[in-house]
Design a protein around this ligand. Structure first.
Ligand code: HEM
Length: 196
């Protein structure tokens, strides 16, 4: 129960709030997403939705720009090691900083810009893009979280027309172990159905 509530629920819910924010903040992203949903058959199954390329890129970029988990869990070095010019004694605790990796300008030009296209243009290694951590202790819920994010977004956006209630940028704020939208993402309902 604790894993599902804290590791599973809060993280995915926060990621979805960010995704809804970015999609409505940038009308061209919204348009491209709607155009992709419009290609779906009315009875499209979940696997087809999961494989949509632009939807996938939107979810990847959402977890890049403000990774819900800013850090990996800690690792302890088993033996002394030289790491990028630093000498670490055995037993040193280290954390991977997901946020700083995702802000590297050499990997992600204009890192503060929300640009899903970067994920369509090139593939990133697991050392360059790691919203779910990495190695043996990578997030156990990664597949479930990605599946949930895509299905919730596709269902929400194809059934309801929403708009941001406020125009000023929503800032990220540390909430416990997550990087969440400060004050939440307030939306207004504009109507039902899909806007293509
Ligand atoms: C967008 C959603 C999520 C994000 C961004 C996320 C991110 C992460 C990260 C960064 C780690 C640390 C991995 C490492 O140290 O290498 C982690 C671990 C973990 N996550 Fe997630 N997570 C998400 C959703 C979920 C879900 C849905 C579940 C379960 C249903 C879950 C369960 C866990 C568990 C149990 C661990 C500890 C794994 C271990 O220590 O072996 N997470 N998660």
């Amino acid at each position: 129960m604790i894993t599902l509530l804290f590791a599973g629920h809060e993280t995915t819910a926060t990621a979805l709030a960010w995704a809804v924010y970015w999609v409505h903040k940038q009308p061209e992203v919204y348009k491209k997403l709607m155009a992709e949903f419009a290609t779906l058959e009315p009875d499209a199954d979940q696997t087809t939705i999961f494989r949509l390329p632009y939807l996938t890129a939107v979810c990847q970029e959402t977890l890049r720009i403000y990774p819900v988990a800013m850090f990996t869990f800690p690792r302890a070095t088993k033996q002394p090691i030289q790491l990028q010019g630093y000498h670490l004694e055995a037993g040193t605790m280290t954390y991977g900083c997901i946020y700083l990796t995702h802000q590297r300008e050499d990997l992600y030009p204009e890192p503060k810009q929300f640009q899903p296209e970067r994920f369509l243009e090139r593939q990133f290694s697991s050392y360059e893009y790691l919203p779910f951590g990495g190695g043996k202790r990578r997030c156990i819920g990664m597949a479930l979280a990605q599946f949930e994010m895509k299905l919730v977004l596709a269902t929400l956006l194809s059934n309801f027309r929403l708009a941001l209630a406020e125009q000023q940028p929503v800032k990220p704020q540390r909430r416990g172990v997550t990087l969440a939208p400060a004050g939440g993402v307030k939306m207004v309902m504009k109507g039902k159905g899909m806007q293509v």
